[in-house]
Design a protein around this ligand. Structure first.
Ligand code: NAP
Length: 454
């Protein structure tokens, strides 16, 4: 895949970028090691405080940064602005909390004194996706650099300007050279970097195949890896729920980021008692979306980020319909320039339909009718993914069952799944390994060092 800015709203190639050569990458790896030698000795309070300056730069430049994201990957300008603001939030969160999260932990043992000290690992490679092109990077970079690591970003090939802008933000915030660098390289060059002895660990947010590849190489090199992969999140509605609120939230949860979010709700599992009311309100809400240029304020649904992503979604929907699924609305590409796909709702999905088994990365939802709590949980858990789940109910016993029995990294009751710097985030099953955010996230890229004095 060429490293290029291609406007998804028009299909026009706006700028292409030469990939860094192996020699240029090597120079950046050397700079990372040199930077780490000094950065790890900077007191954590100072490293963390610098994140406030990063937040200031993000806030100062939010309009230009947001426009860049919208231009490169097609999310609405309002959601790009919200994303930049969330990056400032995660920086301020770790500015305030990093020292506390990584404070020494005394542990009683046979030694006269023993404790755990959280120490940085070194250069960490971050392979990142385009869908939240700032947020995915900052939720790694803020804790990892505060912990004393240095970051090497390999961003998705369709967001090179965002990738370069992030490097510049750290520079402008006063970070020493080499603490955060962007590598302009394609996915095929990741292996060479990951196998390099100077790289100590890796994190990847992206698809299952990319995660498997990076996980396998990291395993062979015995390097720590965090994987944040796909999801096909369940959204359950039970009879005691506020159905109108559930339907409104369901539309937002499915359509966030033009439908291209790992934690977008994708499978709507609704009790038969409220199925018709929910389906009617949900379909109406999906149809109310205004498709168009994501730079325009009135637009609520932009294009998909690449032509390949739109084609894959269209193939999944078409194949599911051929196998017997019913289209309640949408189910087709939109003619004309850009990679638009109509808001789509499918029902009556056969067990083996692609939509039911795969992740649908776009504005397409699936409806399932169930007749009991047990059936709702069984349908929710039937996928190989386990990122997030949402359930709407006002019955406390049901809330407890969902919290205990849904196979997911998080369960949200009466609200949609969302990431939050204060809460750990990550998946089970094929949705990934490890956690980001909160104290759990900052402790991923550290040496949990035991120190004991006889
Ligand atoms: P992708 O194709 O896997 O790309 C993600 C990143 O991995 C890009 O930088 C890409 O580089 C690189 N890459 C691709 N194949 C690779 C390989 N074999 N080895 C090493 N690097 C490789 O994913 P995407 O389509 O851009 O993103 C969508 C996926 O990300 C969805 O499945 C979504 O659910 C998941 N996601 C998960 C989370 C989470 O937190 N769990 C968050 C957001 C997205 P190139 O661009 O150069 O190919």
């Amino acid at each position: 895949m060429a490293i290029a800015t291609i406007n998804p709203a028009t299909g026009e190639t706006l700028q292409t970028f030469a990939a860094h050569t192996d020699a240029e990458v090597d120079a950046k790896l050397a700079a990372a090691v040199e930077a780490f030698d000094r950065w790890r000795l900077v007191p954590i309070a100072e490293r963390a405080a610098m994140l406030n300056t990063v937040a200031d730069v993000l806030t100062r430049d939010r309009d230009a940064l947001a426009r860049l994201a919208t231009l490169e990957m097609g999310k609405t300008l309002a959601s790009s602005l919200a994303e930049v603001d969330k990056c400032a939030f995660v920086c301020r969160h770790y500015a305030e909390k990093a020292e506390q999260y990584l404070a020494d932990e005394p542990i009683a043992s046979n030694a006269s004194k023993s404790w755990v000290s959280y120490q940085p690992l070194g250069p960490v490679l971050a392979v990142m996706p385009w869908n939240f092109p700032y947020w995915q990077v900052f939720r790694f970079a803020a804790p990892a650099t505060a912990a004393g690591n240095v970051g090497l970003l390999k961003h998705a090939s369709n967001v090179p300007q965002v990738a370069l802008a992030i490097e510049k933000i750290f520079k402008e915030a006063g970070y020493p050279d080499g603490v955060f660098q962007t590598l302009l390289i394609g996915g095929s060059k990741v292996e060479r970097v990951l196998r390099d002895d100077r790289v100590q660990a890796a994190t990847l947010t992206g698809s299952e195949p990319a995660g498997m590849s990076v996980g396998k190489i990291a395993g062979e090199e015995i390097k720590h890896v965090v994987l944040e992969l796909g999801g096909s999140d369940a959204f359950i509605v039970m009879p005691s729920a506020d159905v109108e609120k559930a339907a409104t939230t369901a539309v937002t949860a499915r359509m966030i980021n033009n439908g291209q979010s790992c934690i977008a709700a994708k499978r709507f599992i609704v009790h038969a008692d409220v199925y018709d009311a929910f389906a009617q309100a949900f379909v109406a809400g999906m149809e109310a979306h205004v498709m168009g240029d994501p730079m325009e304020e009135a637009t609520t649904l932009g294009p998909l980020a690449t032509e390949a992503i739109r084609d894959e979604l269209a193939d999944q929907v078409d194949a599911s319909v051929r196998e017997g699924a019913t289209v309640l609305t949408g189910g087709k590409k939109v003619d004309g320039k850009g990679w638009f796909y109509a808001p789509t709702v499918l029902a009556d999905l056969p067990d083996d339909s692609p939509a039911r088994k795969e992740e649908m990365f776009g504005p397409a939802a699936m409806l399932f009718k169930v007749t009991s709590l047990d059936e709702a949980i069984a349908v929710a858990n039937e996928t190989r993914f386990g990122l997030g789940s949402a359930a709407f109910t006002n019955d406390e016993a049901e809330m407890a069952r969902f919290g205990r029995d849904l196979d997911a990294g998080c369960v949200f009751i009466n609200t949609m799944v969302a990431s939050d710097p204060r809460l750990p985030f990550g998946g089970v099953k094929k949705s990934g390994v490890g956690r980001e955010l909160a104290g759990h996230g900052i402790r991923e890229f550290v040496n949990v060092k035991t120190i004991a004095i006889a």
